[in-house]
Design a protein around this ligand. Structure first.
Ligand SMILES: C[S@@+](CC[C@H](N)C(=O)[O-])C[C@H]1O[C@@H](n2cnc3c(N)ncnc32)[C@H](O)[C@@H]1O
Length: 778
């Protein structure tokens, strides 16, 4: 009986979620036994386990009902099947909304819960499968499952979703988003497994870590509404990542644990030379001393300078001088989106902002300082202007939205506005496994008119003319965000005078004298006044990508990729493509946002469309307008991971069958001696990404080339990967880039997928041919 108050508390908590006692008690009882009477486990994270188990229970019931329904169908073929299915669903809802099913009745007649808990009864449905959904209740929130996303309707949590007539009749159009506003009961439907990607193995059935809130996670500042339209940003570390369950990703092929990220170049395996470097020197593949030292003179002075500067206390003084000012963040896609105040403080954390271009949600993330004793706190001002944006209801994976019914929201995945106009972050929401989402759910999740959910300057529709599949869910972000440990330092003090053009005015391109930023880009502006990459610059970038061996790849003395494997024996570096950088003007520059040397930072601006390819590559991206050669299309946006974090994800993904799909930011890896793991970065767009995650691979003659672009930091560790057209691209052509995969590398079996690029230079095809001829020869 000692548990009674706890039982009551649990029942109360569930009641607040709209789950009635009769549903809760038998589940609670089982958990109690399962966890050996350990209430802590049951209570953890606002009864997360309990909620999950209740959903599981419901799911089983749904399956049971479906089975019964099927049996019934067999007996009675007269009734129209779709109607029956929907009727079954309706009946499920009715059961859930208070009308007891016979099974529930049985359960509800159990003896008193407390006394039951003391008994050592066999557990009827003891599951080994751990949590299916994660939930964190929201303080002060009336109901986490509002039945409406219309803020004007107030709390309607007690109202059950009515079954629409067309839903009953199965007449809802396939493109019509279903009302994703559900009661907890109706959410049982979401748990029914789906297979958006046929052939996906292990569809998200791996366990979720039940360890709550381990110390990783994207740390976003919580947005708190002080008054409509004004958001305060209290300091808080939020472990969003932990709330995200692994989900099926759009990358459908197996990748080995030691997968090579797609930006890694792999030297010709026939080449014997893969020199191990000595004394910090990098050596090119033919054994000559590497040109890294020359490179350092020409390209890494800035790096060194910024590190040195960054480490001095005098920088703090500089920051203090500048602190009262509001600085425009030029990296905003719109430039004018907001300003930041640079406030000196001695926090261990450095924060910066990333926000959508729609003028709505601001996401903040914390970035660890690596150089200063103090830190620069870049806080976004209180300028969120979407007070009337509705709070999202229970959403599909915790981040979806009810756009159809509610109009456009400013959310791009990290926070959302509640009924009162308050912003909430994603941790308050239920996370549903990707594999649990039905096609209809996904259709509702993605705005068919804009997969970016308003995060970009332009809308990007998606279309599937091939089948009924929908893009899998992911968090659309328009700017890369640090996952956790990456030393990304958007520190104004880190930008030396030589790295910016503070004395410039207007448009740097319009004056004959090259500004400091141009000097950082090899002495010339990379862009034409029309905003295209200059032909010779572009050609060199293309050549470096297509023939990396001719451009002397860079070899790390101790490659971060190899280092993090924790092997006893450190493997030699496999080589990294040499790159040409573009340095754009930024906040310390005196020029205007429309300066011709600010292209990537102004964000995506082409008419694009996500579409389902007809040649077996899944989703792809195409242009809806003709694009000239050298045009900026988009950048590759994702989570910024360290090489170690990448390795951890690789290990996890090898276990789960899902993998990250990283692109290395390795352009300076061979240049900087003793690169720390936290400086060896990559972008992973698996969960958080932008439209670039839909761009498919094409061997060699791709119509896009990736060019490293530095905006906020000149250290070459973190930079933007921007895609530019390699030639004129016609409207409706699919966009593609060469992932740099070496399908021939047997040491690292990176058979990410069976390449269907269709290029006559296809490396995968060549390999298949070679192995075929080898087997014929044998
Ligand atoms: C970055 S995603 C591109 C978007 C992806 N097609 C989708 O449906 O979400 C990379 C994945 O797309 C598929 N893919 C990309 N290029 C391909 C190609 N040339 N041939 C076959 N599959 C390709 C592979 O499954 C690969 O793992």
């Amino acid at each position: 009986m000692a548990q009674k108050p706890k039982v009551q508390a649990a029942l109360k908590a569930m009641a607040e979620l709209g789950i009635n006692e009769k549903q809760v008690k038998p589940v609670l009882k089982r958990l109690f036994k399962l966890f050996d009477k350990n209430w802590e486990l049951i209570e953890a994270e606002n009864y997360r386990v309990l909620i999950d188990a209740i959903f599981d229970e419901e799911e089983n019931e749904v399956v049971e009902e479906k089975k019964n329904c099927r049996n019934y169908d067999e007996e009675d073929m007269e009734e129209e099947p779709q109607v029956r299915h929907e009727a079954s669903r309706t009946s499920k809802r009715l059961h859930s909304s208070g009308h007891e099913s016979s099974s529930q009745k049985k359960k509800s007649t159990n003896a008193d819960l407390e006394s039951d808990m003391e008994e050592e009864l066999p557990l009827p449905h003891q599951r080994e499968r751990p949590l299916k959904r994660l939930r964190k209740s929201h303080e002060g929130q009336v109901s986490p499952f509002p039945n409406t996303c219309n803020p004007m309707l107030g709390d309607t949590s007690s109202v059950r979703p009515k079954v629409e007539k067309d839903e009953l009749l199965g007449t809802r159009s396939p493109q019509q988003p279903r009302d994703i506003t559900r009661s907890p009961e109706s959410r049982a439907e979401l748990q029914q497994p789906i297979s958006p990607h046929i052939g996906n193995k292990n569809k998200g059935k791996q366990p979720v870590m039940s360890k709550p809130l381990a110390p990783h996670g994207v740390r976003f500042k919580e947005l708190v509404v002080a008054e409509p339209g004004i958001i305060l940003l209290p300091k808080q570390n939020i472990n969003t990542h932990q709330l995200l369950k692994p989900k099926d990703e759009p990358f459908t092929d197996d990748m080995a644990q030691d997968e090579v990220p797609i930006a890694a170049i792999l030297p010709d395996p026939s080449s014997e030379e893969n020199p191990i470097l000595q004394d910090g020197a990098t050596v090119e593949q033919n054994g000559q001393e590497h040109v890294a030292s020359q490179e350092k003179e020409s390209t890494t002075n800035g790096i060194q300078a910024s590190y040195n500067e960054g480490n001095t206390n005098s920088e703090l003084a500089t920051i203090e001088e500048e602190s009262p000012s509001n600085l425009e963040i030029a990296s905003s896609p719109l430039g004018e989106d907001g300003s930041i105040s640079v406030a000196p403080n001695l926090d261990a954390l450095r924060k910066t902002t990333a926000w959508d271009a729609g003028g709505g949600t601001k996401e903040l993330l914390c970035m660890q300082s690596f150089s200063l004793n103090g830190s620069v706190s870049i806080e976004h001002p209180t300028v969120v202007t979407a007070p009337q944006v509705p709070r999202l209801p229970l959403s599909l994976n915790g981040f979806g939205e009810c756009r159809e019914a509610c109009g456009r929201t400013a959310s791009n995945g990290f926070s959302e506005v509640n009924k009162e106009g308050g912003l909430e972050d994603s941790r308050d929401l239920v996370v549903v496994q990707q594999s649990d989402l039905t096609t209809d759910d996904l259709r509702a999740y993605h705005d068919i008119n804009d997969i970016t959910k308003g995060a970009e300057r332009v809308t990007i529709p998606w279309v599937n003319e091939m089948n009924s599949e929908c893009p899998l869910s992911f968090f659309y972000i328009s700017r890369s965000l640090v996952f956790q440990d990456a030393d990304v330092n958007f520190c104004l003090s880190g930008i030396g005078d030589g790295d910016c053009c503070s004395t410039c005015l207007g448009d740097c391109l319009s004056v004959p004298v090259r500004c400091a930023c141009a000097c950082q880009t090899g002495g010339e502006f990379a862009y034409t006044p029309e905003g295209l990459v200059k032909d010779d610059f572009l050609e060199e970038c293309i050549s470096m990508t297509r023939s990396p061996q001719q451009h002397h790849p860079l070899y790390c003395k101790s490659c971060p990729l190899e280092r993090v494997k924790n092997d006893d024996c450190l493997e030699p570096c496999k080589g990294h493509s040499r790159r040409k950088f573009i340095k754009e003007c930024w906040s310390k520059c005196g020029c205007v946002m429309q300066c011709g040397n600010r292209v990537v930072q102004r964000g995506l601006n082409c008419k694009l469309q996500v579409f389902f390819t007809s040649d077996g590559k899944g989703w792809g991206l195409r242009t809806l307008e003709d694009l000239p050669k050298g045009a900026f299309v988009c950048e590759y946006v994702g989570e910024v991971l360290t090489s170690k974090e990448l390795q951890e994800r690789n290990i996890q993904s090898a276990r789960s069958g899902k993998r990250p799909y990283p692109v290395l930011l390795d352009a300076n890896w061979g240049l900087k001696a003793d690169l720390r793991n936290e400086e060896a970065l990559c972008l992973d767009a698996t969960k958080y990404g932008n439209v670039a995650r839909f761009i498919n691979h094409r061997c060699l003659d791709a119509n896009l080339v990736e060019i490293p672009v530095e905006v906020e930091t000149p250290d070459h560790c973190y930079y933007h990967i921007a895609f530019f057209t390699t030639r004129k691209v016609d409207a409706l052509e699919e966009l593609n880039w060469d992932y740099g995969i070496d399908f021939d590398d047997h040491d690292h079996p990176v058979k990410v997928f069976q390449c269907r690029c269709g290029s006559k230079f296809c490396r995968n095809m060549k390999r298949s041919n070679r192995s075929r001829s080898a087997s014929i020869a044998a």
